[in-house]
Unconditional design. Structure first.
Length: 247
C-alpha cells in the first residue's frame, strides 16, 4: 500500500485539504446532491449519502447547506444537474491515474483535464486503459500509536476486514465495500479516530518514482485535486515522504 496513505498524510501537511475551504465545500455538496439523487434523501437508507453527510460535517459544513444539497438531489429545489464521469490516464513514469469527476459539461471537463495532464508530464488515455489496475475496497488508515498491531488486527478481522498492512507510520485496514461501515464502527468504538476512512480504488501494484518524475507527479496530483469537477484521484505511485514534501 506504500504511497497510498502517504499521499493522504502529505496533503494534510501541505494544507492541500483545507487551504481552499470553499472548493472543498463545492466538492462535498456535489457528492451529497448526486448521492441523494441516486439513492434518495434518507441517509439511514442510503449509505453513500450517509458517508457524504459525515464527510461534510467533519469539514464543518453548516447543516442548512447540507439540507439544501440533499433537496437539490431529490428535486425538491432546483439546481445544477451533475453526472458522474470516470477519466483515466498516465502520469510521469507510467503511473496509472484514475479520476472520478462530477460535471455539468463533459466537453469542458475533459479538455481541462487533458491540459493538466500534458502540462505535468502525463496524458489522458482511453476508457479501460488503467481501471483494471485498481480494486474497489474499503480503506481505513490508523496511526501506529493508536493500538498494538496484533490487537488492531484481531479487532479489524473480527469486524469483517480482509487485511491489515504496515505502512511505515500507519496501519492500513482493507475491507470489501460491504463490510466497510461495520469495520469503521468497530474501530471508532475502540476509541480510535482514523486518519482516512473511505471507499477507495486501491492499486494492485505501485510504480516507484524519484527525482523529476516524483516532483511532476505530485504537481499533477495537486492540479487534478484542485479542479472543481474532480471528486477523487487515485494513482499507483510510490514516492518517499521527503520527496512529496519537497515538491
Amino acid at each position: 500500500m506504500s504511497g497510498h496513505s502517504k499521499w493522504h498524510t502529505i496533503k494534510h501537511k501541505k494544507s492541500l485539504l483545507d487551504a481552499r475551504r470553499g472548493k472543498l465545500f463545492t466538492k462535498l455538496i456535489k457528492e451529497i446532491t448526486v448521492a441523494a439523487r441516486l439513492g434518495g434523501g434518507d441517509p439511514e437508507a442510503n449509505p453513500r449519502l450517509r458517508k457524504a453527510i459525515a464527510d461534510a460535517k467533519a469539514a464543518n459544513m453548516p447543516n442548512d447547506t447540507i439540507e439544501r444539497a440533499i433537496k437539490r438531489g431529490t428535486g425538491e429545489i432546483e439546481g445544477a444537474s451533475y453526472e458522474e464521469v470516470t477519466y483515466e490516464g498516465y502520469g510521469p513514469g507510467g503511473v496509472a491515474v484514475l479520476i472520478h469527476a462530477m460535471t455539468d459539461n463533459r466537453n469542458r471537463t475533459v479538455a481541462e483535464l487533458r491540459h493538466l495532464f500534458s502540462k505535468n508530464g502525463g496524458n489522458l488515455s482511453e476508457a479501460g486503459s488503467v481501471a483494471w489496475m485498481f480494486e474497489r475496497k474499503g480503506y481505513i488508515v490508523v496511526d501506529k500509536t493508536a493500538m498494538p498491531e496484533e490487537k488492531l488486527f484481531e479487532l479489524a478481522i473480527e469486524a469483517g476486514a480482509e487485511d491489515l498492512r504496515d505502512d511505515e507510520d500507519s496501519f492500513e485496514i482493507i475491507t470489501d465495500p460491504e463490510s466497510f461501515e461495520a469495520v469503521l464502527a468497530a474501530i471508532k468504538k475502540a476509541g480510535i479516530e482514523p486518519q482516512v476512512a473511505e471507499i477507495s480504488m486501491v492499486p494492485q501494484s505501485y510504480v516507484k518514482l524519484e527525482g523529476q518524475d516524483a516532483r511532476q507527479m505530485v504537481k499533477l496530483m495537486e492540479a487534478l485535486e484542485d479542479h472543481d469537477d474532480v471528486q477523487k484521484v487515485y494513482a499507483n505511485f510510490d514516492i518517499s515522504e521527503q520527496e512529496m514534501l519537497a515538491a
